[in-house]
Design a protein around this ligand. Structure first.
Ligand code: NAP
Length: 346
């Protein structure tokens, strides 16, 4: 059987903030069977993860490209790959059967042609919605867990600041920090997000950074005695202000620098004298470096969700057609929680 497969491409490299006009929906005839002798797998995509790092793959050049296999450049006109959960429709590979649920690096499309190496894991049916494996129980969750616990080595009672605190990674960092018994302040880009952090996610305090004119004094107001741990998702001026407000021996985990992804030439320049004299530890990381703690992360996080100690915030859009606006929306602050495209009514 053959279907018309819809998929999303970039028309050309994207150098600044993405716009919907940078993308195109394409269609192509697609066989739902595999040729005999081939070990290909045909997957019907169910949930597609929408992630900020993809913008750096869309540029003609980014220093991130070539550092690790998932950061390789995206070629204009070709299907874009990313984290996807799908159901096997046909398989020439004995390890995968029809109807198996799989997660891996597939395409921003309705159907994907997949090699065994692209599949990260088979998903067993579980008590949680499938989509959780792209967010809270997947790489976003691992980024929050490993970045916070493994890099920052937080202690109960310490003062923690999280930027992009209502986003996929940020909201989990704040919740983990509260579960540990830290004092947690988050920043986000709207009053609605600030209210969510304080009223639903249990942050001690939160502020809308877009309403602040002097971030250095803002952080002084929220942390009069200084910050022990800063979990950075944005870079730029917020990182500079956080470093200025760190306590001696403070820890800064650099998870991402989204404010620098879409502004060519923008770079944080934290006061390095502060870094030296306050002996601040600033470290970048990738979740992929911490697969050794995945089991621990998954068990603890599942338990927190099961017992209602950790809230899951997802932001779903429907259909392949919604991918461009969902992706563009990440850079305008449209999403609250993990941005996912659903291709299923399940
Ligand atoms: N190291 C790793 O392994 C790893 C893994 C996953 C993600 N990350 C990084 O972690 C960060 C968060 O990713 P996520 O997936 O959780 O995305 P997300 O926070 O769910 O979504 C992006 C959010 O970024 C904020 N934002 C967009 N443009 C901004 C700007 N110019 N200045 C400040 N904030 C801006 C917006 O929230 P506001 O409304 O609050 O502005 C937006 O909602 C990103 O930097 C990402 O690259 C790293």
């Amino acid at each position: 059987m053959e279907v018309t497969n819809k998929y999303i491409v970039i028309k050309h490299h994207v150098e600044d903030a993405p716009k919907q006009s940078n993308f195109e929906l394409k269609t192509k005839a697609f066989a739902l069977s595999v040729e005999s002798g081939s070990d290909d797998i045909i997957v019907k995509n169910l949930y597609i993860s929408i992630d900020p790092y993809q913008i750096n793959r869309m540029k003609s050049y980014s220093s991130s490209q070539g550092t690790i296999n998932f950061a390789v450049p995206i070629t204009p006109g070709e299907a874009i790959d990313g984290a996807v959960i799908g159901k096997v429709v046909a398989s020439g590979n004995a390890k995968f059967q029809k109807d198996d649920l799989v997660m891996g690096v597939f395409t921003w499309a309705e159907y994907s042609l997949v090699k065994e190496g692209n599949i990260i894991k088979k998903l067993e049916s579980s008590e949680f919605p499938l989509s959780y494996h792209l967010g809270v129980l997947g790489f976003n969750g691992l980024s929050a867990y490993a970045g916070f616990f493994e890099l920052c080595k937080p202690l109960k009672g310490e003062k923690v600041f999280v930027s992009t605190a209502s986003g996929a990674v940020g909201n989990l960092v704040g919740q983990y920090a509260k579960l540990l018994g830290c004092y947690v302040v988050g920043c986000a880009g709207s009053q609605k997000k600030v209210a969510l952090l304080k009223e639903k996610l249990g942050f001690d305090d939160a502020f809308n950074y877009k309403e602040e004119t002097d971030l250095n004094s803002t952080l002084k107001r929220y942390f009069p005695d200084g910050i022990d741990v800063y979990f950075d998702n944005v870079g730029g001026e917020m990182l500079e202000a956080a470093v200025a407000n760190m306590k001696a021996f403070g820890r800064v985990a650099i998870c991402g620098v989204i404010s620098e992804y879409t502004s060519a030439g923008k770079r944080a320049s934290p006061n390095m004298l502060d870094v030296v004299y306050k002996r601040i530890n600033i470290r970048g990381f990738l979740a992929a470096d911490f697969l050794n703690v995945f089991e621990d992360f998954s068990t603890k996080t599942s338990d927190y969700i099961r017992t209602g100690k950790l809230k899951v915030i997802e932001d779903l859009s429907l259909g392949v057609e919604s991918i461009p606006s969902a992706f563009v929306g990440l850079f305008k602050g449209d999403n609250i929680g993990k941005k996912i495209i659903s291709l299923t009514e399940e």
